[in-house]
Design a protein around this ligand. Structure first.
Ligand code: PMP
Length: 306
């Protein structure tokens, strides 16, 4: 897959990807003092058109993450939009892609701290299909790792260092035979998946952990809330969710740029509903993919054609 990537935006210009290398002494590498964004662009094969999904919202969230981590760059949202479109045009992918932006402390310096250290940004795009390689639904477990707390590493910012927490929960879930982990906060309430948000359906109600539950406030999460409200007249309840509510939910699904909309078939060996993707989940999945491929006029403002 990697060999498909030809270019990267690195140190202020688009270069061959082989030239986009940071030093082993780079602060962002040594201390994970960096933040990132993951964005999808969808290929509509009928129209032969690629659409970047909610780029503006991803970039706004990126600037919020940067603010928390004292990262500064000289580019505006408009500059970055132009750079990303340029990069995608040069790559000429005719399939769905994942765009990865990293903003990092670029100083070569020993010692923690964020103040007065220069920052830089790099970007690449890579073809990306299903995060779960063809699985129609996921078998999950409750992780025995807890989610990073807001006063430790704020989960609402995509701070690279916090992804060791995600990696631990994901790795242990997979090593014990599950597809994905569901992570609780220190208080014991449900937070999210290793790198995806979680929704449950109970008695026709759509519920998701509130933004104060140490979640990343996912862009896909807000897409689903809007799609549910507009098309199914369903308002999402954002609140504290108990672990056992998951076991007895009618439907469960994950949302995320990588995961997209993915049904959860079981939690800790308890089948969810009848153990198959539920009807509401399936409807929301269909709406999501149609929207992302530019097939619903109403949501075209979420898309930037490349
Ligand atoms: N939570 C975490 C920890 C994530 O890494 C992601 C993926 N970015 C999400 C949730 C979903 O967020 P989004 O829909 O914006 O991709």
């Amino acid at each position: 897959m990697q060999e498909l990537v030809k270019h990267a935006f690195f140190e202020g210009k688009i270069v061959p990807v082989q030239e986009a290398k940071v030093s082993i002494m780079t602060h962002g590498f040594m201390y994970a003092t960096s933040i990132f964004e993951g964005i999808r662009a969808y290929w509509n094969s009928e129209k032969k058109q690629m659409y970047i999904l909610r780029l503006q919202d991803h970039l706004e969230r990126m600037f919020d993450s940067m603010k928390v981590m004292h990262l500064e760059i000289k580019y505006s949202i408009e500059d970055l939009t132009r750079i990303i479109i340029d990069l995608l045009r040069r790559e000429t992918f005719q399939r769905d892609v994942y765009i990865r932006i990293t903003v990092y402390k670029s100083a070569q310096k020993i010692g923690v701290g964020l103040q007065n250290l220069p920052s830089d940004i790099c970007i690449f795009a890579i073809p990306f299909d299903d995060y779960y390689e063809g699985k129609d639904g996921l078998h999950t477990c409750i992780s025995n790792w807890r989610r990073v707390e807001d006063n430790a590493i704020p989960a609402r910012c995509k701070i690279v260092g916090a992804y060791s927490n995600s990696a631990l929960s994901k790795a242990d879930a997979v090593l014990t035979g599950f597809d994905e982990a569901i992570v609780l906060s220190e208080s014991g309430s449900v937070s999210e998946g290793s790198a995806m948000n979680l929704f449950l359906v109970k008695n026709g109600q759509l519920i998701t952990p509130d933004k104060t539950e140490n979640i990343l406030e996912g862009i896909t999460r807000t897409c689903i809330m809007t799609l549910a409200q507009d098309n199914l007249n369903l308002k999402t309840e954002c609140r504290i969710v108990d672990r056992s509510e998951l076991y007895i939910a009618d439907e469960l699904f994950f949302t995320g740029t990588g995961a997209q909309v993915k049904p959860i078939l079981s939690v800790d060996k308890r089948p969810i509903g009848n153990g198959k993707p539920g009807p509401l989940t399936t409807k929301l999945m269909d709406l999501y993919y149609s929207m992302a491929q530019g097939k619903i006029e109403k949501y075209k403002h979420w898309l930037i054609p490349v």
